[in-house]
Design a protein around this ligand. Structure first.
Ligand code: KG4
Ligand code: ZN
Length: 333
């Protein structure tokens, strides 16, 4: 069964064809990095305009690479939210039109759910498992008990970890996205050079990254000639330690021995190796998506969409995008 996935939640126009929720037949991502780079972050208006230009060629390309026709597609899965409303609107309207004209069933997917389901495109774990979704827009830990059984255990109270990476990269004079730049710089720096704070919200499993970002700013104001590699490595070691420590605490509290990392920041080399090591020490299995499946893509939307489709959870033409769209219930009460 073939699902066509479409994602335009943020700054990448993505389309993919996936078979039976797990086998990627084609996966096309058109990045807007060149457009947003000079602004040090995503400019929403420019993002939606670019999606409008790219959506048709990207979907065409995803289909062309399979050698199949739209008639071979069983369902179209599209990201409804969360994300930038103008960006989401392009994908949702396009998917609805395609579904209407070609009479192909339509399925709506939560972008966060998509990130979590990216692991099923490779070797996914059994339920229940914990999922750390860590990207430019989100930093949360979920307990995943089964399809549509998602409970948020902890989340950021302010910036997402990826947002902190992007802001710190900007402070260091680099463009968007900052994560890969900091990751590369940190490899040549001393993670113990600067003692940045490792603040967590006591009495909960929540995160906070805005203080860390401010500490980097304060440090750079005081020591403008600091070695960039050391600042990057010290900042990164704080982020990685905060995320890994919380993950292990949640795993212990929930009694769950399987952890999935997902979202753009899960492509971070230090986070991947640190979590793997910590998990090994605790007897926990870690599941890491390949790097191209960590960042935004539509294969993950097709993978999640497949599960909605086989469970009869369809969307109709009243479907509208939703900028704010929490996933599942919350452990916060
Ligand atoms: O999942 P994603 O592509 O989009 C969102 O849903 O937000 O994540 C993008 C974020 C950006 O903040 C980017 O800087 C970060 O992921 N990122 C990284 C790395 N690669 C991408 N952060 C740290 N290390 C990386 N290697
Ligand atoms: Zn994402």
């Amino acid at each position: 069964m073939l699902i066509l996935g479409i994602d335009t939640s943020c700054d990448d126009t993505a389309a993919s064809v996936v078979e039976d929720g797990s086998r990627i037949i084609s996966n096309v991502v058109s990045s807007q990095n060149e457009i947003h780079k000079k602004h040090g972050g995503i400019v929403p208006e420019l993002a939606s305009r670019r999606h409008l230009e790219m959506i048709l060629p990207v979907v065409d390309e995803a289909l062309a690479r399979t050698g199949m026709q739209l008639g071979d597609i069983s369902a179209i899965a599209v990201t409804r939210g969360p994300g930038l409303i103008g960006s989401l609107l392009v994908g949702v309207c396009f998917a609805k039109a395609l579904s209407f004209i070609h009479r192909i069933p339509l399925v709506s997917v939560n972008h966060i759910e998509g990130h979590i389901f990216s692991i099923f495109l490779e070797s996914g774990p059994e339920f229940p498992f914990l999922a750390l979704v860590v990207s430019g827009g989100h930093t949360s830990i979920y307990r995943i008990d089964g399809f549509r059984e998602y409970v948020e255990i902890g989340r950021t109270r302010d910036d997402a970890a990826g947002e902190a990476y992007d802001k710190v990269a900007k402070l260091l004079g680099f463009g968007y996205p900052g994560g890969p730049v900091i990751d590369a710089l940190a490899a040549d720096g001393n993670p113990g050079a600067i003692a940045f704070p490792r603040k967590v919200i006591q009495g909960s499993f929540d995160f906070s990254f805005s203080g860390l970002k401010t500490s980097v700013l304060t440090h750079l104001k005081k020591y403008p000639h600091s070695k960039k590699e050391d600042v990057a490595a010290s900042f990164q070691s704080a982020v990685v330690e905060i995320l890994s420590k919380r993950l292990m605490e949640v795993a212990k509290a929930e009694g769950i021995k399987r952890i999935v990392l997902s979202g753009g920041v899960s492509a971070n080399s230090s986070l991947r190796s640190y979590v793997k090591q910590k998990a090994l020490d605790e007897g926990i299995e870690v599941y890491l998506p390949s790097l191209n499946l960590c960042t935004d893509n539509a294969a993950m939307i097709a993978a999640a969409g497949y599960v909605h489709f086989i469970n009869g959870d369809m969307a109709d033409f009243t479907l509208n995008p939703q900028a704010y769209m929490p996933l599942g219930g919350s452990a916060h009460g």
